[in-house]
Design a protein around this ligand. Sequence first.
Ligand SMILES: [Zn+2]
Length: 98
Amino acid sequence: MGKKKVHDELLSSILPLARRIAALQKEAAKLGLFMDERELIKCAGCDLVEDVTFDGRLVTYHRGSRSSNDSGLRFKKKWKNIYKCPVCGTKNKIKNLD
Ligand SMILES: [Zn+2]
């Protein structure tokens, strides 16, 4: 088998998977599941942090509070990797993992 052929076969087996993943990611987003390839945010200005629950949902809570129930607050994406805190307005820069 030539290199080109190997490449084509790889591509044709990966493409359907890639399409399937893209479709699943859309479904997951609808369900509120956390699928982003990025770090979780810990606000630099206050005690708000993000976490992912056992069932894959993104939540936020205050580090200072004893409970880690979802506060309902969400960091707002301002730019590629800049997320603004809904509590104190700090723009947090985070690492994308992909
Ligand atoms: Zn904050």
